[in-house]
Design a protein around this ligand. Structure first.
Ligand SMILES: [Zn+2]
Length: 441
């Protein structure tokens, strides 16, 4: 009975928020969990629950799964706006349940903050868990990566559902051994691409075998510590692969799996990995390839995450980076474009960003191809400018503008291609400023 009133109250509040044109975010969940902290256990769910977790790429991957399932005609409930902690999950469920707490959907798709996986799924149904990667990220909140992995490993010891793992990330691949009784482990692997390297170019985790502590041997690195590895002593990393992407062609924006060519919207290796994870999910649930092909071609987030815009005749690529790997992926995309370009880097240190911005020292600014100018902005505009200067980039070509509007005005004073990297709280204000710029001229 108590839950009935909580749900009723949440639904009324949701209507009020809608009328007031306010985005609810986590608020419904926050209030509901205050009234019943175990509310998550009480929802009635009959449909498969698919969850995606990772340091980078959760939102795009989860949204691409939802999008594909919707294309195939299913009703999907998802936290597509990225509220990925317990309050966000409960908010999403409250908006999509009946007054008795029943969720009406064919599939439930969630992105989940890495540190919340055990907490949420000790109380809520889980059928398929997808794990993309683990990198250093906001260390002050998550603790060291290793602590986080051990926490998830502990949860997986008793989990018997589908587990889709990136075989090319040792931090992820190791989790396939957490429960030897789980027969539902699916590894995916991406073949060497054009810009893969023999040496580790960027800061990476997981250089040693987690089981026997021997140094891992890599055939190649795709980016950061993601690549083809194995342990020479205990053979860790040599798994049977469920889905294997080959013929990676970033110019054509395509890759092949089992003889079928999939087109993707972005020319980044990082996107290939995320889409391959989506493909694994679709394959497990027998979604027709026709829908997957169409969805991969059409799907776009349009929220500043790997987004392409044309502003005043300049091609503009915007991407989020809240850790070194995220930034390095964007810089790779920039370096793989041979034209002249300008880079805008916006760095904030608000609560959601983490106050510690020392991660910028792990970004690889060493070789910037045909970058004519770099503009920095945000509350830490000068920190990022100094960081770039110490990498050896010509300091006369770096300009710092703490005020975002001035930075964006300066950025569009030329017609070069533009690359924009912004961290968490900087992303939407930067995107808005850029869109405003596009409208005015
Ligand atoms: Zn080993």
């Amino acid at each position: 009975m108590r839950n009935f009133f909580i749900i009723l109250f949440a639904k009324i509040l949701n209507v009020i928020l809608k009328i007031a044109r306010k985005q609810g975010g986590n608020i419904l969940g926050k209030i509901a969990l205050k009234l019943n902290k175990n509310l998550l256990k009480d929802f009635k769910v009959n449909s498969p629950v698919i969850a995606v977790t990772a340091t980078n790429g959760k939102t795009s991957t989860n949204n691409c799964i939802s999008y594909t399932l919707k294309q195939a005609g299913f009703k999907v409930v998802s936290n597509s706006e990225g509220n990925n902690m317990e309050t966000g999950i409960v908010s999403t469920l409250l908006k999509n349940c009946t007054l008795t707490g029943k969720i009406k959907a064919d599939y439930i798709c969630f992105e989940i903050d890495e540190s919340y996986v055990p907490k949420i799924f000790s109380k809520f149904r889980l059928d398929t868990l997808v794990i993309l990667n683990f990198f250093r990220d906001q260390l002050d909140r998550n603790g060291e990566v290793e602590t986080l992995i051990l926490k998830i490993n502990e949860f997986l010891k008793t989990y018997e559902g589908n587990l889709i793992l990136n075989n090319d990330d040792p931090n992820v691949s190791r989790l396939g051994l957490a429960n030897p009784n789980n027969d539902n482990i699916y590894y995916y692997h991406v073949d060497k691409y054009k810009y893969a390297t023999q040496e580790l170019k960027e800061a990476g985790e997981g250089k040693f075998c987690p089981f026997c502590k021997t140094r891992l041997e890599y055939e190649f690195y795709q980016y950061s510590h993601i690549g083809k590895f194995h342990c020479p002593k205990c053979n860790f990393g040599e798994n049977e692969i469920y889905k294997f992407a080959e013929n990676i062609d970033l110019e054509k924006r395509s890759f092949d799996v089992s003889g079928i060519t999939y087109k993707i919207p972005e020319n980044s290796i990082y996107t290939v990995y995320n889409h391959l994870a989506v493909l694994c999910v679709c394959s497990i649930y027998n979604i027709d390839t026709e829908f997957v092909l169409k969805s991969f071609k059409d799907f776009s987030l349009n929220n500043g995450r790997s987004e392409k815009l044309e502003i005043n005749g300049s091609n503009t690529f915007i991407n989020l980076a809240k850790n070194p790997t995220g930034a390095n992926v964007s810089l790779r995309i920039l370096n793989e474009d041979s034209s002249n370009k300008d880079l805008l880097f916006v760095l904030n240190d608000n609560i959601a960003d983490g106050f510690d911005v020392s991660w910028i020292w792990d970004i690889n600014f060493d070789s910037l191809n045909n970058v004519e100018r770099i503009i920095t902005s945000g509350t830490r505009a000068y920190d990022i400018a100094i960081r770039i200067k110490t990498s050896g980039f010509d300091h006369t070509k770096i300009q710092a503008f703490p005020e975002l509007d001035k930075a964006v005005d300066e950025l569009y004073s030329t017609t070069n291609n533009k690359y924009v990297i912004a961290n968490y709280t900087a992303l939407q204000p930067t995107r808005n400023e850029i869109l405003r710029k596009g409208k005015i001229l």
